[in-house]
Design a protein around this ligand. Structure first.
Ligand code: SF4
Ligand code: SF4
Length: 404
């Protein structure tokens, strides 16, 4: 069991983390650096009081981990922030309802997506679209003028649910909510790539991995989601579970086992966490490279992929070995966060867009043919940012590019 107050004591207040924090770089508020957030956490611990306003302040951290990269004391800032949010009571209101009542339940998730599609379709008749791609509405909870992706008539999960595996490897697909419910072209592209290797992955009925609940500090809801995930992907049922979204994969690889430690599922969780693999990391190991010669690609490496996924970024080497012209972004731009950070992008919309603008500008400047990223949250953010910049450039999951 991690002793978080001891972890907190490792911060020597040196301030090296200031310059790299994307939130501080926009707000220029000391209390929005890792150092400032940790000082707040220390004050809360000393007073023995964690309030709702503390939760809101901690929620202005993207949990991107850039501060950890430069911290000589290796203070696990995102973990401490999540722990602090748990002390404040985790999520509340609509986010608590989503975390507890929807995310762990596959059937409810699908129902919510269907109802949201009907609602957006109805609103779409009353409000002109700003583009052919997505809608822009001030919905009750989303009253911050973010774009909302179109929801397909039939999601990938509805198309292939309960499909068994075929081929020499017993593979299963964990799509994550983005590819599973919103972007069927990603699941289809993964299928196309696997078909080139004479493989079909099983697609069991599946819940959300619980990452949003985990990020909100809603630990019991996050635990319920991973318990549900473990029922969908029992240990030893497959050789490998391929995670399509890098952020969901990082969460399961790192947090599934700790979340179920001390429960009857602890051993199964540990084994299942070892079986889940990022789709691109797995694909890189296979002896298959498509010919992408002449395609100029900008890669956005999601923070969760860079710092959380076993095997790290294999998008870039896979594309290079497939003869794509991969753009060498300046180091600062290459490692920059897109600014979404899950619900951070909704509750701090203007800040999130301001952080992301720097990233999209750097990626658009060398005029790529396509931008790729393997987290669907980043994908949604980059598409919105590109659209706001009037850039008509495809922004895709790498599977779509690789499938041809
Ligand atoms: S978190 Fe690390 S880099 Fe930031 S002030 Fe503390 S010790 Fe220094
Ligand atoms: S995790 Fe990211 S947003 Fe949070 S303090 Fe560190 S650098 Fe800043």
């Amino acid at each position: 069991m991690t002793d978080w107050p001891t972890e907190l004591e490792r911060c020597v207040r040196c301030g090296s983390c200031r310059a790299v924090c994307p939130v501080f770089n926009i707000s220029l508020q000391e209390n929005e650096t890792a150092r400032g957030r940790l000082a707040r956490l220390e004050r809360s611990l000393q007073s023995g009081r964690f309030s709702r306003s503390d939760w809101e302040a901690f929620s202005r951290c993207l949990q991107c981990g850039r501060c950890v990269d430069v911290c000589k004391s290796a203070v696990p800032v995102p973990d401490l922030i999540r722990w602090a949010k748990r002390q404040c009571g985790g999520s509340s209101g609509i986010s608590a309802m989503i975390a507890e009542e929807i995310l762990p339940h596959p059937a409810r998730l699908r129902k919510v997506a269907q109802n949201a599609r009907r609602l957006l379709g109805w609103l779409g008749q009353a409000t002109p679209r700003t583009s052919g791609l997505r809608l822009r509405f001030a919905l009750p909870y989303l009253n911050r003028r973010r774009y909302i992706p179109c929801i397909p008539e039939k999601s990938f999960l509805e198309q292939v649910r309960d499909r068994p595996a075929q081929g020499t490897q017993r593979l299963a697909l964990f799509t994550g909510c983005g590819p599973g419910l919103l972007f069927p072209e990603i699941g289809s592209a993964v299928d196309t790539v696997l078909a080139k290797l004479n493989l079909v992955a099983a697609v069991p009925n599946q819940p959300c991995c619980g990452l949003p609940a985990w990020g909100w500090g809603a630990e019991s809801a996050a635990r319920e989601s991973v318990q549900s995930w473990l029922r969908a992907f029992p240990e030893k049922a497959y050789d490998t579970v391929l995670g399509v979204c890098a952020s969901c994969t990082a969460h399961l690889q790192n947090d599934l086992s700790p979340l179920l430690a001390g429960t009857p599922q602890a051993a199964a969780a540990q084994s299942a966490a070892g079986q889940i693999e990022d789709f691109v990391v797995w694909l890189y190991r296979q002896e298959w490279r498509p010919d992408l010669k002449g395609i100029k690609v900008a890669v956005h490496v999601p923070c969760h992929l860079r710092r959380g996924v076993r095997g790290g970024d294999k998008i870039t080497p896979l594309l290079i070995e497939s003869r794509a012209d991969v753009i060498d972004l300046p180091p600062d731009a290459a490692s920059a966060c897109c600014g979404l950070g899950g619900s951070f992008g909704v509750t701090n919309a203007q800040l999130s867009l301001a952080i992301g603008e720097k990233k999209i500008k750097a990626m658009l400047a060398p005029r790529p043919d396509v931008i790729v990223t393997s987290c669907t949250g980043c994908l949604i953010q980059l598409r919105e940012l590109a659209e706001r910049a009037n850039a008509s450039i495809p922004i895709q999951h790498p599977a779509v590019l690789l499938a041809g």
